[in-house]
Unconditional design. Structure first.
Lengths: 347, 488, 335
């Protein structure tokens, strides 16, 4: 019989989860009368079929990877930072603020953008600090604290878009007035991809990987996440570490928001976070909170999203098919993992 | 109702908790059950009350063999257990607590009838609990009273009480004893599990003593304390060779320490700890040793008094100060409080060593861990996850993680669950530290260990702390009496 | 009173009804000790499913009935997954609920694509004769449809059940202290399954209450239903897990929404969504007050005070607590 903790067993179960997820999604496709094979091939071609498509996938990869990188830190600390969406939003707001304020100041655009990005990180970190404070000193679950603050952040965004920052003329759901091209992150050729944002995301995950796996900070954070009581007895200041993880994740989320403003939308729109925060949580769960796999899995998820965009046009299917597959993957991994543990416990 | 336990056997893995227990309790008796921690009393009571099922043996109620499948089933058959922390619903009202769980009740519980029943029962025993108050505002004694009434209402004819007098006032204790006496007059059978000798001697019509899983003796009044103590603790042999590393130098001065816990109060303790000395804290679990030890370690804040280490008073300071002053705390729950499941041995050692730079030097950490594994003969490799190690090796790991040098080492149950060999080995290591100047204060339920390895012993009973007893000059009898509450 | 205001208040009750169902359903689930985070996605999926079933049933009345049945079924099934994963497989309730809320939302949009924009049956208006004619109250309370009337009944039923029936008391017990409930004969895990599914069914009913009535039809991402489930979760907490307070919270939320619309002309630049977030700061505040006594720094500070202030403060802290069911989120193991 296979040994209890054999890595092959783990891998086998993981593959089973993937197979089940694909089967489930296929079943859903069949239910809508679609051809599963066509749908899948369309997703692949829609995300990787041309240079433009690949670039679009990369554009979607950047915010997801940034958000996931930050979330890996809070997950390591044993936290469910559901408030990440609001942190992305606050980052975007701070970035927009700096761009608006310094846009006419005569400073070189590169400097303005750089300051705006830093401001974004700061905004996200501050918003995360509120969740952290509520959790550590108020005992408020970071799940509900974060959830509540997500909604407050969205309301704040709407207030700004329809109030002080509204477009001249009629305020509109399409957001604030677009920034002039000098304040956009420079892009590659005709593509919408900015190498700066790509570089930032890649640098980000490398840094996170190194911090979590190679530093004392990362190890202590892991200790806090796995057994806060014992970590405390070992002399690790658990409160400080928890707060640090919120700040780091918030900063990354803020950078995500900054990228959304400077590299993608070039203004502030109501749903600036675009669900990347929650999707990052899903990626984190799927990679079992290990940084090594964050980049490929988040790329895969980004590809699914981009690839599904053309489904409504080509196959008359809704693009949320990607969400169904992503959710099914995480759900089945959870279930299969639970079954595996039960089976190995019983033996 | 007559209760008979016949050849009960229960094992938990390698631990033989109940070994061929046969006990008959006639109806209308208060049966005392004595034994030190780990003797098997609670396992036996849990079998009788339906929490566990025996591996072998039978239970007979009124001479009829019965099968008890769950605690609720036990109650249905007439056996009710009163736990140390009564299993009630604190945020709910008294009357609701009383009602819930009654079988064959209608959809809408008949509150009037329940209130009347509660009232009548309270009258019988002279209790005065307001049915409309919330249980979390009741004292422990009142919660016990409520639970007793509830069990009576459900038709219990056997009542098991597990250490009922911990944390209740003297008046409530009197009331409880009066209640029990009244109940047995009505034919109830009471099993009274306690370590408090005076109470057992005063209350019980019969006493059974358990030791290491066996029933070692039964007696009737008049009771001889010495005999009871002897049965409980057995003959503890004085070691031939004592390693006494104590010096006259004073390491720690505890003055007028006062500790408050929601169940206990420890008042005015003053002790001077010498360098290299080992002090053992003896007493039944829940008598205050743990609170005392945690206060010495800086994990709990005392409400009064001083803890002086090298002229500095640490009392009231945060845990970090204690740690930095060279005080280490080793908890008993290894995987819950002392070690971190999911982390490897190397990671543990990296965490406890001095930090050097931002990045962890993995090869250095590996080398360090291999060295420690050798020094402490831990059966495992640096990459082993801590939860994969056996209990004994986890304890060695905990020991290996301690900093050197240390002024004071505080340990909860350092050798719990370990075999003799590991125990001897661990104590040898500990005595080495003593020779280097570390003082040790430890808690243990094993009287043998306490006498053998301590230089002096403090006995705890209900929050009271004895004067230090010289371990070379004492014996199981004297300690047993103190542990049981006599001779204070 | 101005007829328009009365009609507006009637509208408040109508829009509160589905939220009442969802929040009361979650209250029951959380009272049993389980957190079902999938509420948001469940409502969307149930709304779509209910609409699709009603749409494709030839007879409109049967269609409505089947539609609501489908909604409840969807809610119960999703809740079953939550229950199974967390009770039997011992996975985190948060993890499963979170995945399901996103996945059910996407499933709703995806599967609902074909029926987007179609017109289906709508629950008819039904004033209660006699009661309708009471001045003021008649217009507000009794000129509604079956959905709203059933929300009144549900509030009463849930309240009576939890506080006045034998099983309801045991439900409280399971959430507060499962060990004590177990000793009193409760099969804790089986009951948790049942209550989670019951709560889920009630949440599921909220879906068709939108797609077959106040937000009739299925409009995909612009149906405006995304977010209601999170609000229901917030209201459950803000209502202190007490059905009456939870229902009041749902009505308060609907009232604030209405006020937002009414005040719109005077504040032209601010969309009504801003007022809609009110439940969330309130939820956070409730949680703060719940937990303030537990924090370790509070305990340490208390220990450092002289005895009299210490006693008084400890008492005040205990009074302030609106406790969640003590074992919420914690799996039950009997030895």
């Amino acid at each position: 019989m296979l040994k209890k903790n054999s890595p092959w067993l783990g891998l086998g179960f993981r593959l089973l989860a993937v197979v089940l997820a694909l089967a489930f999604t296929t079943l859903i496709l069949v239910l809508t009368g679609a051809q599963p094979f066509d749908a899948y091939t369309n997703i692949i071609s829609g995300s990787l079929g041309s240079v433009e498509k690949i670039s679009d996938t990369l554009v979607a990869w950047v915010p997801l990877l940034l958000a996931t990188s930050g979330l890996l830190v809070t997950f390591t600390a044993g936290l469910w930072n559901i408030g990440v969406e609001g942190q992305i939003t606050l980052g975007a707001i701070f970035t927009t603020f700096v761009l608006r304020s310094l846009g006419d100041s005569g400073l070189p655009p590169a400097l303005i953008i750089a300051l705006a990005i830093v401001a974004g990180a700061l905004g996200g970190a501050l918003w995360a600090a509120v969740v952290g404070w509520l959790k550590i000193y108020g005992g408020v679950s970071e799940i509900f604290g974060g959830l509540g603050l997500n909604f407050v952040a969205t309301a704040f965004t709407l207030f700004l878009i329809f109030g002080p920052w509204k477009r001249p003329g009629v305020a509109s759901m399409s957001g604030t007035a677009p920034f002039p091209p000098e304040l956009w992150l420079p892009m590659v050729g005709n593509l919408r991809l900015s190498l700066w944002s790509l570089g930032l995301a890649v640098l980000g995950i490398i840094v996170i990987y190194l911090v979590l796996n190679g530093t004392y900070f990362g190890l202590r954070l892991k200790a806090v996440g796995k057994n806060g009581r014992a970590a405390f007895l070992m002399g690790i200041p658990t409160a400080r570490y928890l707060m640090s993880s919120f700040l780091i994740c918030g900063a990354f989320a803020g950078l995500t928001g900054a990228m959304q403003v400077t590299a993608v939308y070039h203004n502030l729109i109501p749903s600036i976070s675009s669900g990347y925060g929650f999707l990052g949580v899903m990626v984190g769960m799927l990679v079992n909170f290990q940084a090594a796999w964050a980049a490929p899995v988040s790329f895969f998820f980004a590809a699914l999203n981009i690839g599904s965009i053309q489904l409504p046009i080509v196959l008359h299917l809704d693009s949320t098919l990607s969400g169904v597959l992503q959710g099914a993957l995480v759900l089945f991994v959870l279930i299969v993992d639970g079954v595996r543990r039960r089976l190995t416990e019983k033996s | 109702m007559k209760v008979e336990l016949s050849h009960i056997q229960k094992r938990f893995g390698k631990v033989h908790a109940n070994n061929d227990i046969t006990l008959t309790v006639p109806a209308g008796t208060i049966q005392g059950i004595l034994g030190e921690n780990g003797a098997g009393k609670s396992t036996l009571m849990k079998i009788l009350s339906g929490f566990y099922s025996a591996d072998e043996g039978t239970i007979l109620l009124d001479d009829k063999p019965v099968k008890i499948t769950s605690p609720a089933d036990a109650v249905a058959q007439g056996i009710g257990m009163l736990h140390q922390d009564p299993l009630d619903f604190p945020p709910m009202r008294v009357i609701d607590n009383f009602l819930i769980g009654r079988k064959n009740a209608s959809f809408f519980p008949d509150r009037k009838r329940a209130l009347a029943a509660l009232h009548d029962l309270q009258q019988q025993f002279d209790f005065a609990i307001d049915p409309e108050t919330y249980v979390d505002s009741l004292t422990v004694g009142e919660r016990q009273q409520l639970e007793i009434l509830r069990l009576l209402w459900l038709g219990a004819r056997v009542l098991i009480l597990d250490e009922p007098t911990t944390g209740i006032s003297a008046i409530q204790k009197e009331k409880l004893f009066a209640t029990l006496k009244k109940l047995v007059e009505q034919g109830m059978t009471v099993l009274f599990v306690s370590h408090k000798l005076e109470e057992v001697e005063g209350l019980c019509g019969r006493v059974a003593v358990m030791q290491r899983g066996r029933l070692v003796g039964e007696t009737r009044p008049p009771y001889l304390t010495a005999e009871l103590v002897q049965m409980m603790f057995g003959k503890v042999v004085q070691p031939d060779a004592r390693v006494n590393a104590g010096t006259p130098e004073i390491a720690l001065k505890i003055s007028n320490l006062e500790i408050e816990d929601f169940r206990l109060q420890i008042r005015d303790v003053s002790v001077e700890l010498h360098r290299g000395e080992v002090i053992g804290l003896a007493g039944m679990e829940g008598s205050g040793q743990r609170q005392f030890l945690r206060t010495l370690g800086g994990l709990t804040r005392p409400v009064g008094g001083e803890i002086r280490l090298e002229e500095k008073n640490l009392a009231g300071k945060p845990y970090k100060n204690f740690m930095n002053s060279g005080i280490a705390y080793m908890p008993a729950a290894r995987l819950e409080e002392g070690l971190i499941p999911g982390l490897s041995l190397t990671e543990h050692f990296t965490l406890c060593e001095e930090q050097s730079g931002f990045f962890v030097d993995k090869s250095k950490a590996h080398a360090l861990t291999s060295g420690r594994i050798q020094d402490y003969t831990i059966r495992g490799v640096p990459e082993s996850r801590i939860e994969a190690l056996s209990g004994g090796n986890q304890q060695r790991a905990l020991l290996a993680l301690l900093r050197t040098p240390l002024h004071l080492l505080l340990m909860e149950h350092p050798t719990r669950g370990l075999d003799i060999e590991s125990t001897i080995w661990i104590w040898a290591k500990l005595k080495e530290r003593c020779k280097q100047g570390t003082s040790i204060v430890f808690i243990s339920s094993d009287l043998d260990e306490v006498i053998r390895y301590s230089d002096r012993i403090l006995v705890f009973f209900g929050g009271r702390v004895s004067q230090p007893v010289n371990s070379a000059a004492t014996n199981a009898e004297q300690l047993g009496q103190l542990i049981g509450g006599k001779g204070w | 009173m101005d007829e328009i205001i009365l009609i507006g208040l009637a509208g408040v009750l109508a829009s509160a009804a589905p939220v009442i169902f969802a929040a009361l359903g979650e209250t029951i689930t959380e009272r049993a000790g389980v957190i079902n985070l999938s509420v948001n996605g469940t409502i969307l999926l149930a709304a779509m499913a209910g609409f699709a079933v009603a749409l494709t049933t030839p007879d409109p009345v049967v269609g409505l009935l089947l539609g609501f049945g489908a909604g409840a079924l969807v809610g119960a099934l999703v809740a079953l997954i939550v229950a199974f994963s967390s009770i039997t497989l011992k996975q985190s309730q948060v993890a499963v609920g979170f995945v399901l809320t996103l996945m059910c939302r996407d499933l709703a949009y995806f599967l609902g694509n074909p029926v987007m924009g179609a017109s289906g049956p709508i629950v008819p208006h039904m004033e209660i004769p006699g009661l309708r004619d009471i001045p003021v109250l008649g217009t507000v309370f009794f000129d509604q449809d079956v959905i709203v009337y059933s929300s009144y009944i549900l509030i009463v039923l849930v309240y009576l059940y939890i506080y006045k029936t034998r099983q309801g008391l045991m439900l409280q017990g399971i959430g507060e202290r499962p060990a004590a409930a177990f000793v009193r004969g409760a099969d804790v895990n089986r009951l948790r399954y049942l209550y989670t599914m019951l709560g889920g069914a009630l949440v599921g009913l909220a879906g068709p209450m939108y797609s077959l009535s106040i937000k009739a039809g299925w409009k995909g991402t612009i149906s405006g239903l995304d977010g209601i489930g999170w609000i229901a979760l917030a209201i459950t907490i803000f209502g202190g897990w007490n059905p009456l307070r939870v229902a009041a919270g749902a009505i308060l939320f609907a009232l604030l929404q209405w006020l937002g619309l009414v005040l719109q002309p005077s504040l032209p630049n601010i969309p009504s969504q801003v007022l809609q977030v009110a439940p969330f700061p309130l939820m956070i505040l409730t949680l703060l007050l719940v937990n303030i006594g537990n924090a370790e720094w509070v305990e340490r500070t208390l220990a450092g005070l002289p005895p009299e202030p210490r006693r008084i403060l400890a008492k005040i802290l205990r009074l302030m607590r609106t406790s969640p069911p003590a074992s919420l989120g914690v799996p039950f193991e009997n030895e």
